[in-house]
Design a protein around this ligand. Structure first.
Ligand code: SF4
Length: 330
């Protein structure tokens, strides 16, 4: 008879981590889940699909919102980036260190993840899994139920807390086995099948790289703004032009009180914000970009701007698409 054991599972809300938890529950192990929310998650606030999954599996869930320490990891990853600005190895180490601390607080005997050997190019090779464990101070303490039979026995298996023969030996990128296991275990409606991380997208990576290159102290609010509008770099100024009504509303709310915002009156117009020193040249560039994206098709356009209200104005030439493209970040 196995001892009653508690595990802490990293739950993304995707299929793999859901199945990993399910395999432990089937063994009678108590599972508490932990989900990480970062400003780079594509699923919005609230922990992707993890809350729904945790409710369905009837397990406790701790949502952990990453802070500025995570931005430092993204800015200077010890193990470098993947294809874009995704520091997957450092990111996993970061999450597992947090999980280790939480597992200690909650009395979990080991940590479980939905990782599948060789599924992801950067972080799921055999040697990398080993490295991540060691760097997180969790050598032999991370159970990956989907690939366990292809990996060395963990401490939990050696102690008899988990039955190794009931774990799996899945590897590689194909998801066929997981999908058939999902049917077998009656796991349906997994809400976030592949997960999503903005750091893996080239366009977003370009904007983040630009931000890091131009700003020493980057805040979570700075990162949040990267998701809104078209971004332009003019020397040390950043100019952000709204793409739709919702963004036009958000931008003036998110700007610093010292930043200007811009609009073209009496026609369809984006709202633009200008960050950085308010030089004459920078103000003119922001006004020109606003004019370019407005519905006013005159060669010269009047643009209004100001800090708290549009109390100033200037007439500017409308730049060509080629001129606009030169300033666009991405
Ligand atoms: S894809 Fe994003 S969230 Fe996932 S491990 Fe890589 S950096 Fe972290």
């Amino acid at each position: 008879m196995l001892k009653k054991t508690k595990a802490l599972a990293l739950l993304s809300g995707g299929l793999d981590s859901t199945l990993a938890v399910k395999l432990l529950l089937e063994q009678g192990i108590t599972v508490e889940a932990m989900n990480f929310v970062s400003p780079f998650c594509l699923c919005g606030k609230g922990g992707c699909g993890a809350p729904q999954v945790a409710r369905k599996l009837d397990i406790a869930l701790k949502i952990f919102s990453v802070g500025k320490d995570y931005l430092n990891v993204v800015r200077r990853p010890k193990y470098g980036y993947g294809r874009n600005m995704n520091p997957c190895i450092d990111c996993r180490i970061f999450m597992l260190k947090k999980a280790k601390k939480y597992a200690r607080e909650t009395g979990a005997s080991f940590i479980c993840t939905g990782e599948v050997l060789d599924q992801r190019p950067m972080s799921q090779h055999f040697q990398t899994l080993k490295l991540i464990e060691e760097e997180a101070g969790l050598k032999g303490k991370i159970l990956r139920p989907l690939s366990a039979k292809l990996l060395p026995q963990t401490a939990a298996e050696k102690k008899g807390l988990v039955e190794r023969q009931k774990l799996l030996g899945i590897s590689g990128r194909s998801r066929k086995k997981q999908i058939s296991l999902a049917n077998e275990l009656n796991v349906v409606d997994y809400p976030c099948p592949a997960g999503g991380c903005l750091l893996t997208y080239r366009e977003f990576a370009d904007k983040l790289r630009d931000l890091f290159n131009h700003k020493k102290r980057v805040s979570l609010a700075d990162v949040a703004l990267l998701k809104v509008g078209r971004h332009f770099r003019f020397k040390n100024n950043k100019i952000i032009v709204g793409r739709n009504e919702a963004e036009n509303k958000i931008l003036p709310q998110k700007k610093l009180s010292s930043d200007y915002y811009f609009e073209v009156p009496d026609c369809g117009s984006p709202t633009t914000i200008l960050q950085g020193a308010k030089t004459k040249q920078a103000i003119k560039q922001a006004a020109m970009l606003t004019a370019h994206y407005s519905d006013n098709k005159d060669p010269e356009v009047l643009v209004r701007y100001g800090k708290t209200s549009l109390d100033k104005s200037m007439r500017v030439p409308v730049p060509s698409q080629a001129e606009v493209n030169k300033l666009r970040i991405t």
